[in-house]
Ligand binder design. Structure first.
Ligand code: GDP
Length: 289
C-alpha cells in the first residue's frame, strides 16, 4: 500500500509545484490519484469518499498560511486528513494496566500476546499473562512456550474448559502484577458464543484496554470484525499483524475508523521481537516523501 500510495501521491503533488493559486483541476487530479491508491489498498469506499470530500473542500477554501506555497499547503491538508483517517497512534501507557486481547483465530492474537509481554517486561514492568483461550487445541501450550521464552508467568490450563474461571483465578493470582494481558479464544467466525464469552471476560476482568488484533491481509472483513467486537466490548486500540508480508493493510484503516481508535502496535514477523509501536506521523511523512 505504502509504495503505490507514495508514488502516485508524489506524482500528483508534483503537478502543484510552482502554482500560485490552488486550481480545481489540480486538486481534482490529486484527489483522484489518492482515491485510486487507497481503493487499491482495500480501504473502504465510504471512507475514501469522505476523505476526498474534505481534502477537496479544505484545499479550495482554506487560504494557504503566509509564506507557505500552494504545494505545501495542499500537502499539509492531505497529511492532516490521512492522519485523521488513521486515528493517530493509539495510546500505550507504561503503567499498571490490564489488557484484553480480541480477534479471530489466526489473526495472530497469541503471538502478539507474547510480543506484548516481552515489550512491557523490557520496559521494566512486572507482567503476567492469562490464557483464556480454551477453544483452540494447543493454544495454552503455544502461549506457555512464548511466555517461558520471555520469562513471564502464565495462568491457564490445557485441561480447563471454563475460560471465565481461568480469568477469575488469573486476576486473583496476578493481584500484585503490574501489567496483565489476557489472551482469548478466536474461533473461525464471529459466532455468538465467541462474543458472549468476551463480553463476560470483559465484565470479570474490567480491563483498562481492549485491543483488537487484525491481520493486515484482511480487506473489508476487517471492518465487520471491528464493528462486532467494538459493539460488544468497546475497542480502544488496534494491533495490526503480519505487516512483514505482502499485505496491503487497507483493512486496518477501516477497522481503526470503525472503532474510532488508533493503531497501537504493528507486528512484523513471527518472533517475540517483531513488534513496533505505530507512529502515524512518521508513517504519513514517509508516505508523502
Ligand atoms: P491466533 O489464532 O490469533 O492466536 O494466531 P497465532 O498467534 O497462533 O498466529 C497465527 C499464525 O500467524 C502463526 O503461524 C503465527 O506465527 C503467525 N503470525 C502472527 N503474527 C505474525 C506477524 O506479525 N508476521 C508473520 N509473518 N506471521 C505472524
Amino acid at each position: 500500500m505504502l509504495d503505490s500510495l507514495s508514488s502516485s501521491l508524489k506524482d500528483a503533488v508534483k503537478k502543484l509545484a510552482g502554482k500560485t493559486v490552488v486550481d480545481r483541476a489540480a486538486v481534482d487530479e490529486l484527489v483522484r490519484s489518492l482515491q485510486r491508491a487507497l481503493l487499491q489498498a482495500d480501504v473502504n469506499v465510504k471512507l475514501v469518499m469522505q476523505l476526498s470530500q474534505s481534502i477537496k473542500q479544505r484545499a479550495l477554501e482554506e487560504e494557504p498560511p503566509r509564506g507557505m506555497s500552494v504545494r505545501e499547503h495542499v500537502l499539509r491538508i492531505v497529511y492532516q486528513e490521512l492522519v485523521g483517517l488513521m486515528g493517530g497512534a493509539g495510546k500505550v501507557d507504561l503503567a499498571p494496566q490490564t489488557i484484553l486481547m480480541a480477534g479471530l483465530q489466526g489473526s495472530g492474537k497469541t503471538t502478539t500476546t507474547g510480543k506484548l509481554a516481552r515489550y512491557f517486561k523490557r520496559k521494566g514492568l512486572k507482567v503476567g499473562v492469562i490464557c483464556a483461550d480454551t477453544f483452540r487445541p494447543g493454544a495454552y501450550q503455544q502461549l506457555a512456550t512464548l511466555c517461558a521464552k520471555v520469562d513471564v508467568p502464565i495462568v491457564g490450563s490445557p485441561d480447563e474448559h471454563d475460560a471465565l474461571k481461568i480469568v477469575r483465578e488469573g486476576m486473583k493470582h496476578f493481584e500484585e502484577t503490574e501489567v496483565i494481558i489476557i489472551d482469548t479464544q478466536g474461533r473461525h467466525a464471529l459466532e455468538d458464543e465467541l462474543i458472549e464469552e468476551i463480553v463476560n471476560i470483559n465484565e470479570i476482568a474490567r480491563p483498562d484496554h481492549r485491543w483488537l488484533v487484525i491481520d493486515a491481509a484482511l480487506g473489508q472483513q476487517a471492518r465487520d470484525q471491528a464493528r462486532r467486537f467494538n459493539d460488544a466490548i468497546g475497542i480502544d486500540g488496534v494491533l495490526l499483524t503480519k505487516m512483514d508480508g505482502t499485505a496491503k493493510g487497507g483493512g486496518a484503516l477501516s477497522a481503526v475508523s470503525e472503532t474510532k481508535s488508533g493503531i497501537v502496535f504493528i507486528g512484523a514477523g513471527e518472533t517475540t521481537d517483531d513488534l513496533e509501536r505505530f507512529d502515524a506521523d512518521g508513517f504519513i511523512s514517509r508516505l508523502l516523501g
